[in-house]
Design a protein around this ligand. Structure first.
Ligand SMILES: Nc1ncnc2c1ncn2[C@@H]1O[C@H](COP(=O)(O)OP(=O)(O)O)[C@@H](O)[C@H]1O
Ligand SMILES: [Mg+2]
Length: 268
């Protein structure tokens, strides 16, 4: 099912995504952030789905201009989430075969455009074309209020690290019941080692790991600010949640969106 249809049909999911969207939008407006990279420690932790839902929710406001860029050249997924066919591919512009404007893909939402690799993926070595990518991102920054980058996982490949300098901040996605604390800790260290700013954590799949949390298997949680000294230790990233909907303070576990609003101090 396409992202927009799913959000229209599942009001619990829609409400969680809109909470995320509101917090992210508030943060980016307050801090003049234009480009946000969404990544995670490992594959299959929900990055593409998070980008698809967030981009859709952000673009439901007609006055905004939102761009989602699929930079996972190995396993591109945004095309699937938005049900888009068509040959226009990111590689063409990086190889100088067409203009940037020609690879912008329109969606059903007037406020949302996409940039997509071809369905089979592209050569990830293209991501090392930093001059061309720099020009692309300069163009995106001028034209859009917010650019979301869907990229591969941090630990298995270097793509996300190579792309980090184009982003103003990182959102780390955690899959409850799957992402371990050591993995999350390593992902955080990779970001901080590149001097990247981690804007927050998005925790998905809460029903699987924390069944009492709610009915939707896509329940999301979010916390802002995540810095050195957090996220270490053993076990699954959500195991030591103190109680339903509570924030976890110093232990560095994720919080739910019910756990309070506004930006949390990075090491509070
Ligand atoms: N919040 C979530 N709750 C439950 N399942 C999820 C969630 N996010 C993603 N998934 C499922 O996990 C799988 C991988 O998601 P995907 O977004 O493609 O991961 P990634 O981009 O990190 O590789 C998909 O089958 C997707 O349906
Ligand atoms: Mg993906």
């Amino acid at each position: 099912m396409r992202t927009t249809d799913r959000l229209n049909e599942d009001w619990v999911l829609a409400s969680e995504i809109h909470k995320l969207e509101a917090r992210l939008w508030g943060l980016v407006r307050r801090e003049n952030i234009r480009v946000v990279m969404v990544t995670s420690a490992e594959r299959g932790e929900g990055k593409s789905m998070t980008v698809a839902y967030l981009a859709t929710a952000l673009a439901r406001h007609p006055e905004r201009k939102i761009l989602a860029v699929d930079l996972d050249f190995r396993q591109p997924q945004l095309r699937v989430h938005f049900g888009i066919d068509g040959p226009r591919s990111f590689a063409a512009v990086l190889n100088g075969q067409c203009r940037i404007e020609d690879v912008l893909v329109k969606t059903d939402l007037p406020s949302l455009d996409l940039v997509l690799p071809c369905p089979e993926g592209e050569d990830p070595n293209l991501l090392l074309k930093t001059t061309e990518l720099g020009e692309l991102f300069a163009f995106f920054r001028q034209r859009y209020d917010l650019v979301l980058m869907d990229v591969p996982a941090l630990i298995p490949v270097a793509d996300a690290s190579a792309l980090m300098s184009f982003a103003d901040g990182i959102v780390l996605v955690v899959m409850a019941g799957r992402t371990t604390r050591p993995m999350l800790s390593r992902a955080r260290d990779l970001c901080l080692g590149m001097d990247a700013r981690i804007l927050g954590l998005v925790v998905g799949n809460l029903k699987e790991a924390v069944p009492e949390y709610g009915d939707s298997s896509y329940y999301y949680g979010y916390r802002t600010g995540y810095a050195k000294g957090q996220g270490s230790g053993r076990g699954r990233a959500t195991r030591d949640r103190p109680r339903h909907g509570a924030t976890t303070g110093r232990t560095g576990g994720p919080s739910s969106t019910d756990g309070g609003s506004g930006a949390r101090d990075a090491d509070a």
